[in-house]
Design a protein around this ligand. Structure first.
Ligand SMILES: Cc1cc2nc3c(=O)[nH]c(=O)nc-3n(C[C@H](O)[C@H](O)[C@H](O)COP(=O)(O)OP(=O)(O)OC[C@H]3O[C@@H](n4cnc5c(N)ncnc54)[C@H](O)[C@@H]3O)c2cc1C
Length: 437
């Protein structure tokens, strides 16, 4: 029987916290106890502020214990696209901040002694056609020259030294991306935030925030709190309590399947270097070995918006077998999904509205970004020098005809799937015309 809870919860299930009473006043209220909220809470509590964090579920039960654990700090638009939208200086600042955020996460895990299986494995990006390979090779050059990141192209003929497949037309390896156990990272962050003095209220929803003289009145399921500052870190789980935010962040389901344990030999053949993996398809998949190196965890967009139908799991399994045909008979032991948050220009951001500070919109790359943006938001509340960030933007634009339910996602999913199929047929024809399944 397939488990529908994250594989990660076997080692680190979200904790049900003992109920503590809600203080009627504190310096800062934080909405959401994922990486964003806990990172903000930790920094504020260590600076001596009284902090209460509220989560309507168990802390971490959102994306922060469900994700793939790939510590990428991705920026979805390519560098040239960012230059076009934001100008060269901002595009460079965003890239530099991504680098700083990745490095800061690694230092944080070491400094705080968080046992979360972090390994700086590197990441392989597979090219879905020869043109994409050329693009990845150019990107590797830019990464090495401009950011000093070790990155290199891997031609198709050498691909099997990195990944046991002929599916891609070569790819790129960059050394600065690693993998971790996301739920153990969250558990570690929760522990140190509480030790620092933050009070975390699980299973207690915030119902609304109202400005009042000198601060805010925050209504929760279990009473109201007066405070000087509010930080919201609800990302893909933003609910009706903040209708303004709900029109700006599109929650998209992302799903991961886990294989049953594979033999050592097979794992060595399929993932000889144990790297994290992504690819250039429009509807791209991300995958990795489990931290113990025995399973493959394989993720991608889910394409549904309601219920928990079986087809997205079948479709992910098919995509896995397309890449590794030898897994045709493999059993899938776990399948689960969570919500990522997209915004219109696909850049993570920190913004304010009526004095409430938000950090959100990580577009599926929050393992690095959410902790970083939560930390920055806290530094901004504290008025620290150096608290400004390349992620400081205007609020994301509202999405037309959208009020929180991503009704258009099934159509977007179908359209991207179709484009990928057409591209694959074209590139196979160009390569000599095998039959495409
Ligand atoms: C399946 C999947 C795979 C992913 N893989 C990767 C990956 O490999 N690498 C990567 O970098 N990123 C990945 N991500 C994205 C990453 O997990 C998120 O960007 C990150 O966890 C966001 O953290 P957060 O704290 O902002 O939000 P979350 O962890 O989602 O927490 C938000 C919290 O807000 C709470 N909340 C909402 N409304 C209220 C309210 N009114 N009152 C109180 N609480 C409220 C929710 O209960 C929730 O717990 C993935 C996400 C998913 C779902």
């Amino acid at each position: 029987m397939q488990q529908t809870q994250p594989y990660w919860w076997e080692a680190a299930p979200p904790s049900t916290l003992p109920r503590s009473s809600i203080a009627p006043r504190c310096d800062v209220v934080i909405v959401g106890a994922g990486y964003t909220g806990l990172s903000a809470a930790l920094n504020l509590a260590r600076a001596g502020r009284s902090v209460q964090v509220f989560d309507r579920m168990r802390p971490g039960e959102g994306a922060s214990t469900r994700n793939g654990g790939i510590a990428s700090g991705n920026l979805r638009p390519g560098f040239q696209a960012m230059v076009k939208t934001f100008g060269e200086a901002r595009a460079k600042a965003l890239q530099l901040e991504a680098k700083a955020a990745r490095e800061d996460l690694i230092e944080f895990i070491a400094r705080e002694q968080i046992d979360c299986d972090f390994k700086l494995t590197g990441r392989f990006s597979g090219a879905s056609n020869p043109g994409d390979y050329e693009g990845l090779a150019r990107e590797a050059e830019v990464l090495s020259k401009q950011l000093g990141v070790e990155a290199y192209a891997v031609p198709r003929a050498e691909q099997r030294s990195v990944l046991g497949t002929d599916f891609y037309h070569g790819g790129m390896v960059r050394a600065d991306i690693g993998g971790l156990h996301p739920a153990k990272l969250h558990a570690g962050m929760l522990r140190i935030a509480v030790e620092a003095g933050a009070v975390v209220h699980g299973e207690t929803a915030v119902r609304g925030v109202r400005a009042e003289a000198g601060g805010f009145e925050v209504a929760t399921d279990r009473g109201s709190v007066g405070c000087s500052h509010v930080i919201t870190g609800t990302n893909g789980y933003a609910d009706q309590s903040d209708k303004w935010l709900r029109r700006r962040l599109v929650p998209v389901r992302s799903r991961i399947i886990a294989t049953a344990p594979l033999s050592d030999n097979l794992m060595r053949q399929l993932m000889p270097r144990g790297v994290m993996c992504s690819e250039t398809r429009k509807l791209h998949y991300y995958y990795r070995p489990s931290p113990d190196g025995r399973r493959i965890l394989f993720g991608g967009r889910d394409g549904t918006i309601a219920g928990d139908p079986a087809w997205p799991t079948r479709s992910l399994r098919r995509a896995l077998v397309d890449i590794f045909p030898v897994l045709d008979d493999i059993e899938i032991t776990h399948t689960w999904y969570g919500h990522v948050a997209m915004n219109r220009d696909m850049i993570p951001r920190i913004f304010s509205k009526d004095g409430v500070r938000y950090a959100a919109g990580y577009c599926g790359s929050g393992v690095v970004w959410a902790r970083w943006a939560g930390q920055k938001a806290a530094q901004q509340v504290l008025g620290l020098p150096g608290a400004t960030s390349a992620l400081d933007f205007r609020p994301p634009a509202a999405v037309p005809l959208f009020n929180g339910t991503a009704w258009f996602m099934p159509a977007v999913f179908a359209w991207l799937t179709l484009q990928d199929r057409v591209n694959r047929v074209r590139s196979k024809r160009a390569a000599g015309g095998e039959r495409v399944h």
